[in-house]
Design a protein around this ligand. Structure first.
Ligand code: 0A1
Ligand code: ZN
Length: 876
């Protein structure tokens, strides 16, 4: 591992390269001990550059350079400058062919970047800067090249050899398979992919809107052959959806998906050859939960949608990462909403944002959606780039309305097709079609931090008017720059005391009655609605129309009214969450307000029996907010006290609602045959949520129910939900026995095995740390498999509050040691895993200091660039 250079790359330094690689020919000789990569690059001067430099700079890392030549002339080491990151050559030609041979060692590649081996198959991960671990290349997204790839491998071990585009030829000579692939679409190197292995293929087909027939091929290891159907169905639904909603058709004649067990992220959108983490693509009802089915559908969609938002139109530089990721997350979220329950998808996404992105935006790694500097780009595949980026696109759609937004996306795709674009280009397209000036809006790209939006109301009885005043303030974040006001679209509605919607009347130009959006653009701003007989209740920030921390002046009674009758489903859930949060915090310092509890109790009782409310929404209404969300409302509150208060509230709720919950539980239909549709998913979700509350209120009897469900379930959703409850609430004997049986049943299934590891982290007794340590020594645990690392170490640090935050700091110390071990194997994973420690400043001082001490200790070690950046930024 190289000592970390503390250099930052800056957006302001961006400049086009003097040369570009127009065509790339690659020949991979996969030998048992190493791989030889021969490249032939057609390089010309870049029309977009006004530099007259003659220096060609190629990136390369951990490569053995065997030979390099230009136009057939072999270069000697006096012809170039080679260091650990680059190969620089002075060339006095405007067009030339560069040939190069490198040797690499895929079987020693535990970082899982570049070409590596996963379970006996070769695969690649080139985003963001993995291609430079394969050969010397202009490894930057604004260099687009047409790739031809030849793979030469032992036919017995690697009968299947894949790369991007179309198969040109495949022959077998002297026991070796030689496959040649050609991708006609120019692409940056991060979209390159190669796979070779002994794989089986599940085939399907899709006919596009213009009548072209696309072959769909999913390649997996033999044992997973039966786990492909859901992904292929999801793929076809994605292809159809992108045609219908965005008018985007697939462009090659072949679309391939490959599942691999060792993968740093969820999946990768390589042109024509998407590579997936097996946990994000393989499923059967018996082995995957509803949640996994939904995740797979979303990720398959996400990678497919990248074909346009990312591949056809790519990013100019990595500062623009959210151009493809934010937009694509927005697209996949809408796809999932259309396929399942829109209300549930939205509230799940908002919870996720609050639990992960808000803390990031308030912590030392805070960065803008378009950051202005980074040390290691892998550290910037963040919830800010992805999820906040998606919220920013969503706000644009809210402001423009669906039709203009579609026009804008058409213009964007048409204008920048085949090019590397910027977030400004995207906004430009939206400005063109709408005529709106979005200059101020772009602060969402350039400024980090979560704005606080405070709302107060004043009703004037004699004038019959209601004035709503907003104040926005964004605290300075890690980069310390002062914040200018954002453009905040506040979707709202007025309701009378019976819960009926009122028609808003205002003459304020900042309000659009078409989509009920009030645009808050100043630090302080107000709006007046008139013609109101009585003071209305305001339903604010409907569907979470902007990623802000809202503080309003609604009374508890008004909130309860909204829970019962707001026409906006999201806001009914939201008001319920606000009350839960208030009660949890009351429980930390004092006792919960009984009147408030009773009011919520009766509102919930009504909702739970309301036939018009979806089962999945009922389940969500019964879920209490996560502990970290309370840190946002009450900074530095003792997290263990919050967890305890939350538990007490959950038990109290379970007891108070017991009769309603019992009868609901008994009357829910049974989903005998597994189907993945929103109705069946909703039934299972509610049933399992109810079972937990019933265990809390009635104990033993329902533990037995859970045991029976665990044994009898015909699908993983019910089996795992039961196991989780047994692990969480069962006696030592009960949960241990269930875990043993589960392992016996599923040991040979990699995806279920991950769940077995993960589920053990939900038990919050004082032995959590012993359990996690024991699991690391389990015969089936592997440090080199990121999924297992996440399932054990990640799940402990992020899911087991009591264990991780134990008073003696043992949880922090443990994580520090693990991160250090992992950094030597896989820097990307180490840098992610350290995340829970990085936010030390949001915890109470005693705890924060213990966390910081672990980080300080890490900072004294020799770290990868990835971990170095995160640890050092967290200590500034
Ligand atoms: N572009 C992929 C995610 C991805 C990013 C980086 C990776 O390796 C460092 C791998 C995958 C996506 O958004 O799906
Ligand atoms: Zn993506």
């Amino acid at each position: 591992m190289s000592q970390a250079p503390a250099t930052a790359i800056l957006l302001e330094d961006y400049a086009p390269t003097p040369y570009v690689t127009k065509e790339t020919f690659l020949d991979f000789e996969l030998q048992s001990e190493y791989t030889l990569v021969h490249s032939r690059l057609t390089i010309v001067r870049n029309e977009k550059s006004n530099s007259d430099s003659n220096t060609l700079i190629l990136n390369g890392s951990e490569l053995e350079l065997l030979s390099v030549s230009i136009d057939g002339k072999v270069l000697t080491d006096s012809d170039y400058v080679l260091n650990s990151e680059t190969l620089s050559i002075n060339v006095d030609k405007d067009a030339f062919v560069l040939e190069c041979t490198t040797r690499i060692y895929p079987d020693k590649n535990t970082a899982l970047e570049g070409l590596y081996i996963s379970g006996g198959m070769y695969c690649t991960q080139c985003e963001a800067e993995g291609f430079r671990r394969i050969t010397y290349f202009q490894d930057r997204p604004d260099v687009l090249s047409v790739f031809t790839t030849r793979i030469n491998a032992d036919v017995e071990q690697y009968p299947v050899a894949l790369s991007n585009g179309n198969l040109v030829s495949q022959t077998i000579e002297n026991g070796r398979v030689i496959a040649e692939w050609h991708d006609p679409f120019p692409k940056p190197s991060y979209l390159f992919a190669l796979v070779a292995g002994d794989l089986v293929c599940q085939e399907d087909a899709f006919i596009t809107q213009s009548g072209r027939n696309i072959a769909l091929k999913m390649y997996v290891e033999q044992e997973n052959e039966h786990k492909c159907e859901h992904a292929l169905e999801s793929l076809k639904r994605s292809m159809k959806w992108d045609e219908e909603v965005y008018g985007r058709e697939y462009d090659l004649d072949l679309f391939m998906i490959v599942a691999v067990d060792h993968f740093n992220m969820g999946a990768m959108e390589n042109k024509g050859l998407n590579i997936f983490n097996s946990s994000c693509v393989l499923a059967t009802p018996e082995t995957a939960t509803d949640e996994a089915f939904a995740r797979i559908e979303g990720i398959v969609g996400h990678e497919y949608f990248h074909n346009w938002s990312g591949n056809r139109v790519t990013c100019r530089d990595w500062f623009q990462l959210s151009l493809k990721e934010g937009f694509t997350v927005f697209r996949d979220a809408e796809f999932s909403a259309d396929m399942g329950s829109r209300a549930v998808k939205r509230l799940e996404d908002v919870s996720f944002l609050r639990q992960h992105q808000f803390p990031e935006d308030a912590g030392p790694m805070a960065h803008a959606v378009r950051p202005s500097s980074y040390m290691e780009i892998s550290n910037f595949y963040t919830v800010t780039i992805y999820e906040k980026g998606s919220e920013v696109v969503r706000m644009l759609r809210t402001m423009l309305g669906e039709q203009l937004f579609r026009k804008g996306s058409d213009l964007y795709f048409d204008t920048f097709d085949g090019q590397a674009a910027t977030t400004d280009d995207f906004v430009w397209a939206m400005e063109q079609v709408s005529g709106q000036d979005l200059t101020q809006f772009k602060r969402w790209h350039s400024q980090a931090g979560t704005p606080r939006l405070s709302i107060s109301r004043e009703f004037n009885e004699s004038e019959k008017t209601l004035t709503i005043s907003a104040k926005q303030h964004t605290p300075p974040s890690a980069d310390h720059s002062p914040k200018e006001p954002f453009v905040i679209p506040v979707q709202l509605g007025l309701i009378d005391d019976q819960g009926r919607a009122l028609q808003e009347i205002t003459y304020d130009a900042s309000y659009s009655s078409d989509n009920q959006v009030w645009l808050v653009t100043q630090e302080e701003q107000s709006i007046t609605f008139s013609n109101l007989e009585t003071m209305p209740v305001v339903s604010l920030l409907r569907d979470f129309s902007a990623p802000v921390l809202l503080m309003d002046d609604l009374s508890d009674q008004e909130r309860v009214l909204l829970i019962g009758s707001d026409s906006n489903g999201f806001n009914r859930w939201e008001q319920c969450q606000i009350i839960y949060k208030k009660m949890i915090l009351q429980g930390v310092t004092d006792s919960v307000d009984d009147a408030l509890f009773s009011a919520l109790e009766s509102a919930l009782k009504q909702l739970l029996v309301d036939k018009k409310v979806e089962n999945a929404v009922k389940a969500e209404l019964l879920k209490l907010p996560a502990e970290v969300e309370l840190l946002q409302l009450s900074p530095k509150v003792d997290i263990l006290a919050v967890a305890a208060s939350r538990k007490r509230l959950m038990s109290r709720l379970a007891a108070a609602l017991s009769a309603t919950l019992t009868s609901l539980y008994q009357t829910l239909p049974v989903t005998e045959v597994y189907r993945f549709d929103s109705e069946s998913v909703g039934i299972r979700k509610l049933k399992n949520e109810l079972l937990e509350l019933l265990i809390l209120s009635d104990g033993d009897q329902y533990i037995e129910r859970a045991s029976a469900q665990f044994t009898q379930a015909n699908n993983m959703t019910d089996q795992l939900a039961a196991l989780r409850l047994l692990v969480k609430y069962g006696s030592e004997q009960v949960y241990q026995d269930a875990l043993d049986r589960f392992l016996d049943q599923w040991e040979s299934d990699a995806q279920v095995l991950e769940q077995w590891f993960r589920v053990q982290m939900v038990r919050t007794d004082d032995k959590a740390l012993d359990r996690v340590s024991a699991l690391l020594n389990h015969r089936l645990f592997e440090y080199q498999n990121p999924n297992k690392v996440r399932a054990v170490i990640g799940a402990f640090a992020m899911g087991n509050i009591e264990g991780f935050h134990a008073e003696d700091g043992s949880g922090y110390h443990f994580l520090g040691m693990q991160v250090e071990t992992l950094d030597a194997l896989n820097p990307q994973i180490a840098a992610r895993l350290v995340g829970p420690l990085v936010k030390w400043q949001s915890y109470d001082d005693a705890r924060g200091q213990k966390m910081k001490a672990v980080l300080t200790q890490l900072a004294g070690k020799e770290l990868s660039k990835d971990l170095y950046e995160v640890v050092n930024k967290s200590l500034v």
